[in-house]
Design a protein around this ligand. Structure first.
Ligand code: GLU
Length: 255
C-alpha cells in the first residue's frame, strides 16, 4: 500500500509552539514500523510556523505575512532536524519537499514533482512534504495541509490518505456542543447536507477545519483513493486504521 499521512500542528507541537516530544517520537516510531512492514509512507507535515513561534519565543501566532514566512523558515528547519533525528533511530532516511500552488498547477513542475517522488520511494526514503510557506503568497498558496495532503495522495496514486487531526472523525453534529452527536464510521458519498453543516463556524461539525477536510475527501474519493480522518493524539491509531478497527471516519474511494 502507498499511504499518505498528514499531521497537523496540534499533534506535533504544544500550544506554546514547543515540540510535543512524546507525540513526535511515537509518530516516527509507528511510521517506521509501518514502513518496515512493507508499506510506502509519505508524510505531509504541518508545524513550520508553530515551531518557528516556539524557537523565536513569539507568544502568539504572527499575523503579518513576512512574519509568518520568517517563522516558517525557522520552524521548518527545526521540524526536519527533528524528523531526521527520530527516523534515523529506526534506520529510515527522510527527504524534504516544499511545494506551492504554482508547483502543482504548472504541468512541467508537477511532473518533476511526481518523478522525484517516484524515485524517492524507489530509493526507500520517507518523503516529508509541507507547503513552501516562505514564498507562498495569496496568488500561489495551497493554503492548508488537508488540501496539500489530497493533492499529494492524488498525484502519487496513493491507496489511502490519513488526516490525523484533533477530532475522532466526522460527526452527525458538532460533538463539542451537541451531546447527541455521533461519529459516522463510513462515508461513501459526501452529501450537500454534510458540506453545509461543516461550513459555518459555530455550527461546524467538529472544528473549523472540517470543511476543508470534506472538500479534500471529495477529490480524493473521485480519484479512487480512500481517506480517513482520525485523532492524532495517540499515533498508534495508525495500526488500527490499517487493520480497519480504529474509531475514525473512513471515506471510501470510488472504484
Ligand atoms: N504549512 C503550515 C505550517 O507548516 C501549516 C498549514 C496547515 O496546517 O494546514 O506551519
Amino acid at each position: 500500500m502507498r499511504i499518505v499521512v498528514k499531521v497537523g500542528t496540534s499533534t506535533l507541537a504544544h500550544p506554546t509552539g514547543q515540540l510535543n516530544i512524546r507525540h513526535m517520537e511515537e509518530l516516527c516510531k509507528v511510521l517506521s514500523d509501518i514502513k518496515n512492514a512493507g508499506d510506502e509512507v509519505i508524510l505531509v507535515s504541518s508545524g513550520a510556523i508553530g515551531m518557528g513561534m516556539g524557537k523565536l519565543h513569539l507568544r502568539e501566532r504572527p499575523k503579518s505575512l513576512p512574519e509568518k514566512q520568517a517563522a516558517a523558515a525557522v520552524g521548518q528547519c527545526e521540524l526536519m532536524y527533528t524528523y531526521d533525528k527520530l527516523f534515523s533511530e529506526y534506520n529510515h532516511t527522510v527527504a524534504q519537499i516544499l511545494l506551492t500552488g504554482s508547483d502543482v498547477r504548472d504541468e512541467k513542475r508537477r511532473s518533476n514533482f511526481i518523478n522525484t517522488m517516484e524515485r524517492l520511494l524507489e530509493f526507500g526514503t520517507l518523503p516529508i512534504i509541507n507547503e513552501n510557506d516562505t514564498v507562498a503568497t495569496d496568488e500561489i498558496v495551497i493554503g492548508d495541509n488537508d488540501t496539500l495532503g489530497a493533492i499529494v495522495a492524488i498525484q502519487c496514486h496513493a491507496d489511502l490518505l490519513i488526516l490525523l487531526s484533533d477530532i475522532d472523525g466526522l460527526y452527525t453534529a458538532n460533538p463539542r456542543t451537541d451531546p447527541d452527536a455521533t461519529l459516522i464510521p463510513v462515508v461513501t458519498e459526501i452529501t450537500d447536507e454534510m458540506m453545509a453543516s461543516a461550513g459555518g463556524s459555530g455550527s461546524a461539525i467538529g472544528t473549523g477545519g472540517m470543511h476543508t477536510k470534506l472538500t479534500a475527501a471529495v477529490s480524493v474519493m473521485n480519484a479512487g483513493c480512500d481517506m480517513v480522518i482520525a485523532n492524532g493524539k495517540n499515533p498508534s491509531i495508525l495500526y488500527d486504521i490499517l487493520e480497519n478497527t480504529a474509531v475514525c471516519t473512513r471515506f471510501v474511494g470510488k472504484r
